[in-house]
Design a protein around this ligand. Structure first.
Ligand code: NAP
Ligand code: MG
Length: 400
């Protein structure tokens, strides 16, 4: 069988633990037998990040800006326990945070809906896509423990040396303080990415923040969205028959639960972090979610939304059987290959991406699934497959 050709390489970002194991299996069994795979490989596994003082992460993000499309494996964000476990030089930052900060993008996450895995929310009939702003707020915070009485102020020093001050709090006792920021430019690209994605996918766009309490910070998000909508998108939305609306974040949450789905929910960085886990779990599983970072300069980074599944990895290392769901990782590959196909005009590669995703869906709908799905499926007598067996079952459906 002749393999499907590629022209431009994908940026391949390898990762850690169980997802690194799955990564190799997906490439070897689901991609390479069919595609003459071209990648520029970056090893973002924790050992290599430590050995390169994390330069490899930055290099992979720059490669993504250069080549346009990346596929990323889940990676460990080290904490104190990991520093000890891996003997790290320091507690390296989250690779996702580093990549997002460089690409200044918006992350779009959508559930992968399959028959037999029903949403917990009865009314949800169509996917809800979360658009998460990927810059700033608490992910770029500075924090201070206030040891005792004293004033904390915000100070802006302009280039001419003039100062603007605001009192945060006049502490009479010990406490804590946090400084966060965002940029008009980044908020504007978040708004444009969300509105562009709404047009591309023909769905309404909802956005919520807390402008009643945060009268300057969150209000700025609301105003920038409105200005960009009125100035650049309103007409196109009207023509497409879709709508944009803003309401308070707590009101959005209530409306989302009562909705039928089928829209894009734009969230500030932290709201998107928390709500995407809630939405994906309510749709079935964190492992049944696609995730793509879209930068305003047109770079696309596809990944799985879940972590490295540490508990399963230790079972794997101990030689025990695992049943880890590889669907999100497979869809990261199919998504990246499809985008590459679109940019390079490769119809057979695009068709392969569709076939790969359909093979995954057919496998699950035939009752062959990993343990996380077998536990929640409405199908009768599901077969609980191991990590390897599931990937093999998908591969068998890809054979012509
Ligand atoms: P996790 O990898 O998301 O897994 C948490 C639990 O969720 C698992 O123990 C498992 O539950 C279930 N789960 C998640 N993905 C699954 C899958 N594909 N198939 C089946 N079950 C799945 O979170 P973690 O184990 O707490 O974190 C491990 C590492 O991931 C951390 O070092 C963290 O920094 C990193 N992380 C990376 C990313 C990323 O790179 N995108 C995102 C989040 C976390 P059971 O054990 O009950 O089976
Ligand atoms: Mg999260």
């Amino acid at each position: 069988m002749e393999k499907i050709a590629m022209t431009t390489p994908l940026v391949e970002m390898d990762g850690d633990e169980m997802t690194r194991v799955i990564w190799q299996m997906v490439k070897d069994q689901l991609v390479r037998p069919f595609v003459d795979l071209k990648t520029e490989y970056y090893d973002l596994g924790l050992e290599m990040r430590d050995a390169t003082d994390d330069a490899v992460t930055t290099e992979s993000a720059r490669a993504t800006m250069r080549l346009g499309v990346a596929v990323k494996c889940a990676t460990i964000t080290p904490n104190a326990a990991r520093v000890e476990e891996y003997g790290l030089k320091q507690m390296w930052k989250s690779p996702n945070g580093t990549i997002r900060a460089l690409l200044d993008g918006t992350v779009f996450r959508a559930p992968i809906m399959v028959g037999g895995i029903e949403p917990y929310v009865r009314t949800w009939k169509r996917p809800i896509t979360l658009a998460r702003h990927a810059y700033g707020d608490i992910y770029r915070n500075v924090e201070l423990r206030v040891p005792g009485p004293g004033k904390v102020e915000l100070v802006h020093t302009a280039s001419d040396g003039s100062e603007t001050r605001t009192l945060v709090h006049d502490f009479t006792d010990a406490g804590i303080v946090q400084g966060i920021h965002n940029l008009d430019r980044s908020i504007a690209s978040f708004a444009r990415a969300s509105m562009g994605f709404a047009l591309d996918t023909h769905q309404d766009l909802w956005f919520g923040a807390k402008d009643t309490i945060s009268k300057t910070y969150d209000h700025r998000f609301k105003d920038i969205f409105q200005e960009i909508y009125d100035g650049e998108y309103r007409e196109r939305f009207d023509e497409a028959g879709i709508s944009y609306f803003y309401t308070l974040i707590d009101d959005v949450v209530a409306r989302v639960i009562r909705s039928e789905g089928g829209f894009i929910w734009a969230c500030k960085n932290y709201d998107g972090d928390v709500m995407s886990d809630m939405v994906s779990t309510a749709f079935g599983s964190l492992a049944m979610m696609t995730s793509v970072l879209v930068s305003p300069d047109g770079a696309w980074e596809y990944e799985a939304a879940h972590g490295t599944v540490q508990r399963h990895y230790y079972k794997h290392l101990a030689g025990e059987e695992t049943s880890t769901n590889s669907v999100a990782t497979i869809f990261a590959w199919s998504g990246a290959l499809r985008k590459r196909a679109e940019l390079d005009g490769l119809d057979d590669l695009a068709a392969f991406s569709d076939r790969l995703e359909q093979a995954v869906i057919d496998t699950i709908e035939a009752g062959e699934m990993t343990g996380d799905l077998a536990a929640i499926t409405t199908l009768e007598d599901p077969q609980r497959l191991s990590t390897q067996e599931f990937i093999a079952a998908v591969a068998s459906r890809l054979q012509p």
